[in-house]
Design a protein around this ligand. Structure first.
Ligand SMILES: Cc1cc2nc3c(=O)[nH]c(=O)nc-3n(C[C@H](O)[C@H](O)[C@H](O)COP(=O)(O)OP(=O)(O)OC[C@H]3O[C@@H](n4cnc5c(N)ncnc54)[C@H](O)[C@@H]3O)c2cc1C
Length: 345
């Protein structure tokens, strides 16, 4: 008997499955490779200070030390590199902003996350920064498709994975276990991203999905090795290739790329970059965001053999490791989940 069946292998299912394994529990993962996945589209950025006004991410002091250790450890286990730690450089928009952010950087709660002594010359050739800029530390990006593919192979070698569309009607629920097509486990946890709305076990989940698009660009002789952020983020992927991420839209929630998003990203990147570039590819996806921007995690109120780990919104990379650990401790040590999390209904 397995400890848990996990449905879905985006970043949520991947991180949760690995959390079970690192705690000597055995998960079995079922994932439909034919469904789109937000994790395959995401920029993969983790960033402790977000938004125009540098707001500290919810739980940042817990999430960020934890995620570095977590991703480094999984890299070691899988024998592949996909964690790219690097600062996020934010050119100031004005002298006023420069003053405000420099003042903010002296506050104790921001001090571990901000560097004001920026070597501006590394950016000046490529980026418009007439007022200089500031760097956010403990940041970077994760190559999600590589992490997900490598972890899938790892699970397959251990016979802990298969690819199919989960058939909800085939799940048998007993008081001490669940059985799905002959696979027995103590619990089942759904990590289906936006497809959670099809799940008959959970109703009225407080989702507020947000569509997003990215473009990859080719830019010759650009040499910065940090993420550049001002309204959009420009991520150095490899030599001469960068990802521009991302748009937000709450209308027309499909997985199709659009001209409108391409134009918006191109214009914002042109305003920020000094060099010409051409667009290589474009991707679109839907973030499993919630109304109060907090995840949905917990066990079913009447069927404690069934759980959910979802609602990671636009921050799956930074939220998943710490919250999977908290969920695990909740399941096995009865430790309460963080207060603001949405409990499933
Ligand atoms: C344009 C864009 C940019 C983004 N940028 C960032 C970023 O920079 N940093 C960041 O942290 N986040 C970012 N995000 C958000 C991030 O993508 C999400 O937080 C994260 O991917 C959610 O992961 P998930 O595992 O919950 O869902 P998904 O990645 O969608 O995975 C769900 C999985 O469940 C499977 N599944 C669903 N239903 C079934 C079923 N019935 N049977 C079997 N399998 C099933 C699907 O096939 C899929 O593999 C971005 C999102 C978008 C769209």
């Amino acid at each position: 008997m397995y400890d848990c069946i996990i449905v879905g292998q985006g970043i949520a299912g991947t991180v949760l499955a690995y959390t079970f394994l690192r705690n000597q529990k055995i998960p079995f993962v079922i994932n439909a490779e034919e469904f789109p996945s937000a994790s395959q589209v995401a920029g993969g950025i983790f960033n402790p200070l977000t938004g125009k006004n540098l707001v500290k991410t919810w739980l940042a002091d817990d999430l960020f030390p934890f995620l570095h250790t977590f991703y480094r450890e999984i890299e070691k286990v899988l024998g592949e590199q996909f964690l790219h730690s690097m600062p996020i450089y934010r050119p100031f928009r004005s002298i006023k902003e420069q003053n405000e952010w420099i003042a903010k950087s002296t506050l104790p709660e921001f001090e571990p996350y901000l560097n004001t002594a920026v070597a501006e010359e590394q950016y000046s050739l490529d980026v418009r920064n007439p007022y200089g800029g500031i760097e956010t530390l403990q940041a970077g990006w994760i190559e999600l498709p590589k992490l997900l593919a490598t972890f899938r192979c790892f699970l397959e070698k251990k016979s802990l994975y298969f690819s199919e569309i989960f058939d909800y009607s085939a799940l048998q629920i007993f008081s001490e276990k669940v059985v799905y097509k002959g696979i027995e486990a103590e619990k089942i946890i759904f990590c289906e991203g936006t497809r959670a709305t099809m799940n008959p076990f959970f109703e009225n989940l407080p989702f507020n999905f947000a569509k997003g698009e990215t473009i990859d660009i080719f830019m010759k002789e650009a040499s910065f090795e940090s993420i550049i952020n001002q309204g959009i983020s420009i991520i150095p992927l490899r030599k001469n290739t960068f990802r521009v991420a991302s748009t937000y839209s709450w209308h027309k929630l499909d997985w199709e790329i659009s001209q409108k998003a391409r134009a918006e990203l191109t214009e914002k990147a042109s305003n920020l970059l000094k060099k010409d570039f051409s667009v290589l590819t474009q991707k679109a996806g839907i973030r499993p965001a919630t109304k109060n921007r907090r995840p949905i995690i917990g066990l079913h109120p009447r069927m404690p053999q069934i759980g959910i780990f979802n609602g990671l919104g636009s921050k799956g990379v930074s939220l998943a490791p710490y919250l999977a650990d908290r969920f695990f401790k909740h399941l096995y040590e009865n430790v309460p989940l963080p207060d603001e999390i949405n409990a499933p209904t």
